[in-house]
Design a protein around this ligand. Sequence first.
Ligand SMILES: Nc1ncnc2c1ncn2[C@@H]1O[C@H](COP(=O)(O)OP(=O)(O)O)[C@@H](O)[C@H]1O
Ligand SMILES: [Mg+2]
Length: 309
Amino acid sequence: MLYIEDLVKCYGKFTAVDHLSLEVGEGEIFGFIGPNGAGKTTTMKIVATLLSPTSGNVLVDGIDVVENPVAVRGKIGYMPDFFGVYDNLKVTEYLDFYGSSYGIPSGERKEICKNLLKLVHLEGKEDIYVDTLSRGMKQRLCLARSLIHNPDLLILDEPASGMDPRARIEMMGILKQLKSMGKTIIISSHILHELTELCDVVGVIEDGRLVAHGSVDDIMARVKGRKALTIKMLGSVERAVNILKQQPVVHGVIAEGNTLELSYDCGDDELWKIIKVLVDEGIPVISFTKGENNLEKVFLEVTYGYEAK
Ligand SMILES: Nc1ncnc2c1ncn2[C@@H]1O[C@H](COP(=O)(O)OP(=O)(O)O)[C@@H](O)[C@H]1O
Ligand SMILES: [Mg+2]
């Protein structure tokens, strides 16, 4: 459904997307994960025909986004990361406007809008002014708008960002429903666990490059069983890092100031040995805290092969 080959996008001398290739199959949900500034929005805007690539090929259902953007637009629904301001526009007027821009006959629009508002849990809000909706509602309305012409591929740029946990769960529920309707979805987030439940495949992007790509199950299997530990010490952490790296139960160490983040995979009956070896070596440990299973950090270590700096 989506095919990206060797995509490059430069803004002046700056390379925002750097030889990125990926494929998303029909009906698949692809999670695009990466920190802010990684190049997610740029990539998605190119797929959405809103930006032209510097080089590379992007095909949506076999159609080239550069050669035939109009045909591509009919197949995709794009939800941007930024929701504009819509003075004096009611919810139904807003959807109706987008419906007419897509050339949907006015006789059909009413029914489509009604169904979409139901899908995104906004029934009963038809006559509310868009600007007075809560952020979560606005984002759901924006999702409804991207669905108005019944596209096959949805490009959702951080659809759950800035939402409270409840609104987030609601959004994820709607996306699951779209998945069950057979839509192909590419969804970005800088939060991994937000996507693991929903997505079949995830790609991790950093500095414009795809640094990891695989099924959620594969990546979770690599992460499984690993736990996180935070150790603080006085002074330099360098020697502690070298000692810890030699411990077989320690998989990765990330140093930040005088704090170390560890991923390890032993039980509590062996955990004390980690602190003992540090203390025996004269490292001035001042705190030692077991993290909740900090999937984010462990994941970073697995995918990026993080080494202590
Ligand atoms: N119009 C632009 N002009 C110059 N640089 C840009 C522009 N848009 C984005 N960038 C830069 O490109 C990089 C990728 O941005 P973006 O695609 O928005 O990343 P993400 O969505 O992953 O946060 C960032 O370093 C950003 O500052
Ligand atoms: Mg972005």
